[in-house]
Design a protein around this ligand. Structure first.
Ligand SMILES: NC(=O)c1ccc[n+]([C@@H]2O[C@H](COP(=O)([O-])OP(=O)(O)OC[C@H]3O[C@@H](n4cnc5c(N)ncnc54)[C@H](OP(=O)(O)O)[C@@H]3O)[C@@H](O)[C@H]2O)c1
Length: 253
């Protein structure tokens, strides 16, 4: 993987000893994606892969958009995170399992925190059976009690919130000291984060494919959401795949 932005000697993730056009080693890639130091509140990083024409899935799953570059960044971003936040639609579509590798500087992988109003998660699925740490299931009192009980029996930590709004969800993660948040989607959850202006950073892999079809895009939500300006802070490429990193734009005052 090669760096397009930022240049290697700007001090914003690049290293002075690294040639601009040379391949990025693991340390340089981790520096490129470092979370801000000293976080005292959640920093929400979102990671998606999409085709050039904006599709987030092929045949209902994101796997058809994958590439070695995307996989490398996907794994690294998990290693840098305290928690992986994901909507239940993605868990069901992708048959999610627990993260494999420990968070850097810790002994255990980040927990998967699932947002689900219905608590409709299969207790026999890999989310519960193939994980080193219990998933956190953020749900509502209106979810059927039997489902919540079965999730708890399967080892999930069930957390009932008054509402599943971004502020309450992120507040619950913050209460646990989980500040380095990695949201892996899906589009419904991202749409809610966008509407609430809760996205600090968007990591987007653009896969060199035109897919056509009816697949959705990375965020869906209520009409009338105010567009959120972003600034491009990183761009990498490998074999036609663009690995982009945007941050919330700082308002000009
Ligand atoms: N390309 C990529 O990088 C990528 C990443 C992620 C997902 N995807 C694709 O996206 C598709 C899934 O899309 P999706 O929009 O269904 O995914 P999603 O956002 O992961 O899941 C939506 C579900 O999350 C729960 N949820 C989210 N916010 C909620 C809230 N405020 N209150 C209550 N429940 C809430 C609901 O679950 P309940 O129905 O259980 O209440 C809702 O149905 C799949 O095809 C997947 O492959 C692609």
């Amino acid at each position: 993987m090669h760096r397009l932005l930022p240049p290697a000697d700007t001090g914003t993730g690049g290293r002075s000893d690294e040639p601009l056009d040379g391949p990025l080693d693991d340390a340089a890639l981790a520096a490129h994606y470092a979370y801000p130091d000293g976080l005292t509140a959640p920093w929400v990083r979102v990671n998606f892969v999409a085709s050039v024409d904006g599709a987030v899935s092929v045949d209902g799953r994101s796997g058809g958009l994958g590439s070695p570059a995307d996989h490398r960044v996907f794994v690294l971003l998990r290693e840098l995170a305290d928690v992986v936040l994901v909507g239940a639609g993605t868990v069901r579509a992708e048959d999610y399992r627990g993260a494999r590798r420990p968070t850097r500087g810790r002994d255990l992988p980040p927990a998967i925190a699932v947002v689900t109003g219905s608590a409709d998660l299969d207790p026999g699925s890999r989310l519960f059976t193939d994980t080193a740490v219990p998933p956190i299931v953020l749900t509502l009192d209106s979810a059927p009690a039997q489902r919540r009980e079965r999730i708890a029996e399967a080892g999930g930590e069930v957390v009932v919130l008054e509402r599943l709004t971004p502020d309450l969800v992120l507040g619950e993660l913050a209460r646990r000291g989980l500040h380095r948040v990695l949201c892996e989607g899906g589009p419904t959850l991202l749409g809610e984060l966008v509407a609430a202006d809760a996205v600090d950073e968007l990591c987007l892999t653009v896969t060199p494919l035109l897919t056509g079809g009816t697949a959705g895009r990375i965020a869906v939500g209520p009409e009338g959401t105010h567009p959120r300006p972003l600034q491009l802070v990183g761009a990498l490429h490998e074999e036609g795949t663009l690995v982009l990193r945007y941050r919330r734009a700082t308002p000009i005052v």
